[in-house]
Design a protein around this ligand. Sequence first.
Ligand code: 13P
Length: 342
Amino acid sequence: MKCQELIDTTQKLMADDKGLLAMDESNPTCNKRFALLCIPQNEETRRAYRELILTTSGLGEYISGVILYDETIRQKMKDGAPFIKVINDVGIIPGIKVDIGVKDMAGHPGEKITEGLDGLRDRLKEYYKMGARFAKWRAVLAVGSGIPSRACIEANAQALSRYAALCQEAGLVPIVESEVLMDGDHTLEHCRRLTEESLETVFNQLFVQGVMLEGMILKPNMVLPGLACITQESVDKVAEVTVNSLLRVVPALIGGVAFLSGGQSCVLASERLNAMNHKFKSRLPWPLAFSFSRAIQQPALEIWLGQDVNCFAAQEALYHRARCNRAARRGEYSSELERVIV
Ligand code: 13P
């Protein structure tokens, strides 16, 4: 195993208080987001949108790695330069989503299992050759009456661990993403219990599979009440409960934690990450970073609307969110920063 290379990549991804930009929406997910804004849903608009993101001036000041999708990693700029080259040229590390999505779990109505292990070893070899140096696999746990079940938690944890072991064998740093969804009316306390139970199961499986902890990054949800819960807790409460949960179940040796945003508003995601770092950074064994998709991209997408004329303004919005989240990593984010025009 390329242990030193894995550790080096992990450390570079977490360095300088930067974070990850997830731009790995599958075609159906990307199309769904385009459809909501009446943007045409085809390969060329998806390519043009990703070109807009990757040509945002100064993105590498705040973003250490971008997560691509299989279609995107093979795409080129309008001038013919491969995306991978453009990413490397600005000092950002290319990564790749390697799961092939979630499917209904047999015998468990309402629950999902993530697929993509078949043939993964060969796909990882190909992605490494193309230039990817880290990968992502996402497990999702829906919250409802009697769910998630142990069966769902364990099956997803096992798949995540087999994926992580294969990644490390191929020289790719695994991002291990385990998401308790925000849909529902569950309380913060309920999310806390499920987050701890699922992460504990994931780390047990990572141990069983012999995954090298210092060469991996955890991508968890923040501990949050469901979107329909009547009690929406303060930023400070969310920060405290999330940090305590992670301290309880996440080994000190992992390379870093990079949160998903999960459908929170952009500002709340920054505020909550900021509160965690501002209050607790000095006593955490791992960096607390971000690996947001919607919480970085959404304002830019809403400005772009598929129109060339809006590209520059969209890039400014993207750059702004990346900047806010780097500030949140430092515990230096504030509402004043939201008003700064870049
Ligand atoms: P969000 O930040 O939009 O939750 O996306 C993160 C991600 O990579 C989902 O797999």
